[in-house]
Design a protein around this ligand. Structure first.
Ligand code: HEM
Length: 462
């Protein structure tokens, strides 16, 4: 029974395991608890109890689709106020999940990715223009600018929208509303018994305005597209508007299309921005790996100052891509996913789970399981060479979730991030002027904070 699963020692009635817990760093606190308690433990916050699993063999059980499925956890149900029955927050049994999944799969094939490549390159060039202006001047804030480039990329590839992130002094109203609504949903997920949410009426009212504004902006884009009589399927919105389900012929309802657009914007930018920022951090701290990345880019793209890489040339950057995979091992920017039992079962040979009971696969620690070797904290992209991947058990690396509900955008994210990272290391000397010490900020996702680099142009000899 559940009492066999350890929990932190200072459990207090009513408040739960809040001793030593810091509200701003729940993921990093949970990592420390895992280091003390081992690969399965419970954490109680007020009257919610969560079970975390980070052992590779138990994780392998939880990802078995014949025994478990995705659980839309409490933190996700609050996201439903923003993303509704969009793909990421849809319950598995909702017909809209399967319908949207089948209609949107073509938006993430290799062919589709190829068609987004010029859009990704254009967004990257906006970042380069912005960084060029900072050469020799004030240092750039890495996480802030990675967030801009990934937001521009998904907004354009998703629905042909330009937020103008690099040109504006303040975020676009949509972006401001989205960031605030996400923060609200995270705070709203914490409910105190008898009292409920600690958020004020004013905060709730503002949240209602924020979500309404987001819906309004998306609806406007959709209406414009329909009014133009545009029947193209060149982006995700076009596919949703102009294709029917391959078997049933059904189409997505307008409210569902709106939820998908918002889902892509939310799911598709901070996560990728975090991966890029962590990768840059580790490269700056490991000059030999940075040199190897530059050498690879020059070899595959040519050594000229202003490369114009094709889709294929990006896919050939194995080392750069491994740097991103390794960054996502140490800091999976969406730090886990929840799985619920399809029937009464037992995991790890001794922990019973009732049908519908659920546990979080806690990837920051799964990715530090002893199967990774004795030096799990070391940044080593060669862990992702095909030989070493083959030598490891399956299911020890899950930054994109698993099974039917695996991240639909993973190839999109990796292609985009490989392109951006390669362009940056090729073009700039990245000076760690403040000897940055990693500080991980937790919002919905993980992101380095306060990470700034001073820039210079590299000398290129074509
Ligand atoms: C789902 C991670 C980028 C779209 C997920 C899940 C994870 C994840 C862990 C599963 C959540 C769960 O099981 O509850 C990431 C990471 C990314 C990334 C780490 C970047 C490095 C993207 C991008 C897009 C995207 C760029 C869109 C273009 C989605 C969607 C789902 C999803 C639609 C829901 C799939 C479904 O349930 O049908 N992502 N993601 N993601 N992601 Fe991503």
């Amino acid at each position: 029974d559940i009492h066999r699963i350890p929990h932190p020692p200072h459990r207090i009635p009513f408040l739960g395991d809040l001793v030593g817990a810091h509200p701003a760093t729940p993921v990093q606190d949970t990592m420390n608890i895992a280091r003390n308690l081992g690969p399965i433990f419970r954490r109680k916050v007020f009257d919610h109890e969560f079970v975390f699993v980070s052992d590779s063999s138990m994780a392998a059980e939880l990802v078995d689709e014949s025994r478990f499925r995705k659980h839309v956890a409490e933190s996700m149900t609050d996201l439903r106020d923003i993303a509704g029955d969009g793909l990421a927050t849809a319950y598995h049994h909702e017909p809209n999940w399967q319908r949207a999944h089948d209609i949107l799969v073509p938006a993430f094939t290799r062919e589709a990715l190829k068609s987004y490549h010029p859009t990704m390159l254009a967004a990257t060039r906006r970042l380069l223009d912005s960084w060029d202006r900072c050469v020799g001047g004030a240092p750039v804030d890495v996480s802030r600018d990675m967030t801009k480039v990934t937001l521009e990329t998904i907004a354009r590839a998703g629905f042909g929208y330009d937020f103008g992130s690099f040109e504006r002094a303040d975020p676009h109203p949509f972006v401001r509303a989205m960031v605030r609504a996400l923060k609200f949903s995270q705070q709203n997920a914490v409910e105190v018994p008898y009292i409920g949410s600690l958020l004020t009426r004013r905060a709730k009212r503002r949240n209602a305005q924020d979500t309404a504004l987001m819906a309004e902006i998306v609806d406007e884009v959709v209406h414009r597209r329909m009014a133009d009589g545009d029947t193209g399927t060149h982006d995700m919105l076009g596919l949703m508007l102009n294709t029917a389900h391959p078997e049933t012929g059904e189409r997505l309802a307008p409210a569902n299309i709106r939820n998908q657009v918002i889902t892509f914007l939310v799911a598709g930018h901070e996560t990728t921005a975090g991966a890029l920022s962590f990768a840059l951090y580790y490269l700056v701290k490991n000059p030999a790996l940075l040199a190897a990345a530059r050498e690879e880019v020059a070899r595959v793209w040519g050594g000229g100052a202003d490369p114009d890489p094709s889709y294929e040339q990006v896919t050939k950057l194995r080392h750069v891509r491994r740097c991103l995979e390794e960054a996502l091992r140490l800091w999976p920017t969406a730090p886990g996913f929840a799985r619920e039992a399809l029937e009464d079962t037992v995991i790890g040979g001794r922990h019973p789970m009732r049908r519908g009971a659920w546990a979080v696969v806690f990837t920051p620690m799964l990715h530090r399981d002893p199967v990774w070797g004795g030096d799990v904290e070391r940044f080593d992209p060669d862990r992702f060479t095909p030989e070493r991947v083959r030598a490891r058990p399956a299911h020890v690396y899950k930054p994109f979730g698993t099974g039917a509900r695996v991240c639909l955008g993973r190839q999109f994210a990796l292609h985009e991030a490989t392109l951006v990272l390669a362009m940056l290391v090729h073009r700039y000397e990245l000076e760690d002027h403040a000897d940055y010490q990693l500080k991980v900020h937790e919002r919905l996702t993980l992101m380095p904070t306060g990470f700034t680099l001073a820039l210079a142009h590299r000398a290129h000899h074509a």
